[in-house]
Write a protein of this length. Structure first.
Length: 224
């Protein structure tokens, strides 16, 4: 009986560190892109580089774990959206949660790490959940019929970064962060309103396909 009790605190600490690393990785990747260093991420998270490498042997292992955590967050938000009584509120709440979480911030490492089976399975589940959210909202007449799940994914990725917030954090302007956060939420709401059926004009060009996501994650050499 004593073994599990000793492991539980270590497991809880590891989970806290992982959450801190994910938050730090989003900020460091926003600033440094694919060249973000493990040392910078660890420092931002307040995690010792030695303890990090005891848990993750390589930078790739760390990023793979962060991708899994990000997908878990996406899927949790999608399930909450599907559980909402109102289809529009469910979809809007999902998009808002993903944007505020910073979904899409790991995009700079696409193609630079191996996609694990766990990542692939969770990604497939995320596709299913998002498709269900979009279909449900369209069947209710809540969003325009030519919106696709890929449109929503791209929208989340585009809104997931905030140049103003990133700049203010780098400058240490704590006095302006709250105002920037409010402004960001206004932009999210304005953008979400563009999904409504009240907009009669069709969306321009052909609908994007999953290739924009799947092929980005295929291995390719770092140009640097």
């Amino acid at each position: 009986m004593s073994g599990p009790r000793r492991r539980a605190p270590r497991q809880a600490e590891a989970e806290r560190n992982d959450r801190a690393l994910l938050a730090a990785a989003r900020e460091v990747l926003a600033a440094d892109g694919a060249h973000a260093s493990v040392a910078a991420i660890a420092a931002r998270a307040g995690v010792g580089i030695g303890s990090l490498y005891r848990r993750y042997r390589t930078k790739q292992e760390l990023f793979q774990r962060l991708c899994v955590l990000s997908l878990d967050s996406w899927n949790d938000a999608a399930e909450r959206g599907l559980a909402a009584q109102d289809p529009w509120e469910g979809l809007a709440g999902f998009v808002t949660a993903c944007v505020e979480f910073g979904q899409g911030s790991l995009a700079p490492i696409a193609g630079l790490i191996e996609v694990t089976e766990e990542m692939r399975a969770k990604s497939d589940r995320s596709d299913e959940l998002l498709a269900a959210l979009v279909t449900r909202a369209q069947e209710a007449g809540a969003i325009r019929p030519d919106v696709t799940p890929v449109d929503i994914s791209l929208l989340i990725e585009q809104l997931g970064s905030s140049p103003v917030l990133d700049q203010l954090r780098r400058q240490g302007r704590e006095d302006l962060l709250a105002a920037a956060g409010h402004a960001r939420r206004r932009i999210i709401t304005i953008t979400l309103d563009g999904l409504r059926t009240i907009h009669a004009g069709p969306l321009p060009g052909p609908a994007p396909t999953e290739r924009l996501f799947t092929e980005r994650w295929e291995p390719h050499p770092d140009p640097a």
